[in-house]
Design a protein around this ligand. Sequence first.
Ligand code: UN1
Length: 494
Amino acid sequence: MNIEDLLSRLGVESAASGAGLAVSTPVDGTEIGNVAVDDAAAIDAKIAAAEAAFLAWREVPAPKRGELVRLLGEALRAHKEDLGRLVTIECGKILSEGLGEVQEMIDICDFAAGLSRQLYGLTIASERPGHHMRESWHPLGVVGVISAFNFPVAVWSWNAALALVCGDSVLWKPSEKTPLTALAVQALFEKAAAKFGEAPEGLSQVIIGAREAGEQMVDDPRVALVSATGSTRMGREVGPRVAKRFGRTLLELGGNNAGVVAPSADLDLAVRAICFAAAGTAGQRCTSLRRLFVHEEIYDALIPRLKKAYGSLMVGDPSAPETLVGPLIDRAAFDRMHYALDRARAQGGAVTGGEHVDRPGYYVRPALVELENHDGIVLEETFAPILYVFKYSDIDDAIAMQNSVGQGLSSCIFTRDVLEAERFLSAAGSDCGIANVNIGPSGAEIGGAFGGEKETGGGRESGSDAWKAYMRRQTQTVNYSSALPLAQGVKFDV
Ligand code: UN1
């Protein structure tokens, strides 16, 4: 596939401006582009343009703003195949997942277009006669989006589609590993904006650069909300920096997601779900399954089946239809996987799989690690297809163990026992932002709020009422009488 043709169909002039940031594909490690980077002055100008765009956009009626997002969804529908392929080439996920990622973008555009007529506030009973109170939601300002390589386009859309209908402008700093897909999405946005006809200049822009580019956006008081997706380490830097200037953050950070397989589980279903969640996307989702607690009664029935299924997973070219596991993103990811496996072995783990697959790029066989003690490397998120497996005998112990990590993104239980399932979902159950029954922890739909607790950062993106993070709340009290009764019965007669 000629990358220049693909980009030009998506509306990107050239991927070879030659000015600074080299882009390579994890498919075989070759260079596929070299894109111009924004220096500090260019970023400053983009922030200024975003601020000016916000001032105009906030006065456009929300349903009209929704029309722009609807047009963006149409552009994405028309270019789903090309953009999905570009995602596969640039970040290495298999084609059906590349296409699925674009589908998530389309879905959130549909959701946001509907939402643009439903940015509801409350009416509140006033304690004073002749008064009424209400709560209004107003546009917030410039929204800065920092996204990671593993969902190079969808994460932007979960933020941008909501931010745009909420009346905000958007500045996007994509991962430096995946700038081409960002430029393609920007081109599609511009196509939609041209069709819409009334979008202010600078309403949605991309900033290309490395860490300093993100830092400049994070520190700039004109950026009202920084929505950052990535590692907990990154969030620990972004959070305090934005808080220092009293800006807002929406953090969607690391996960160390677990699954519990209970005695009554449908094992066929569990094996399929575990393979997709732990080995799919080469373990490079923040929702990937990383720890599995298997009840002692079914351990010897499940684990051999899981090993057999692991052994049959096709690892290779992510564009080939039979492939289920594509490459790791780069050498550093490959090294981190091997470091984790070495540590697991040193902790007494029995490793199955995990071998390097001999072809250009960094391809590995997904690894299963059977362990007795839940500690050490298990408590860390390694962005690779490693599944740590433990035996349990008591459901409450399994839940306590699943909760005993820093992260709190996603979780699941495989059971046909309704009491156990409800216990897992109860206040005393999973402590994660996402808890599933008879489904793996990954592959969430856009309709729910997406994000997690503890070191995952607490932010929620996408569905439900996540839109509220992109607006400011105003409590309004109106006196329609000619008296001036004070709240709480205070007397102040002048
Ligand atoms: C991520 O890996 O950053 O639930 C997000 C899922 C996707 C989102 C993953 N909808 O796996």
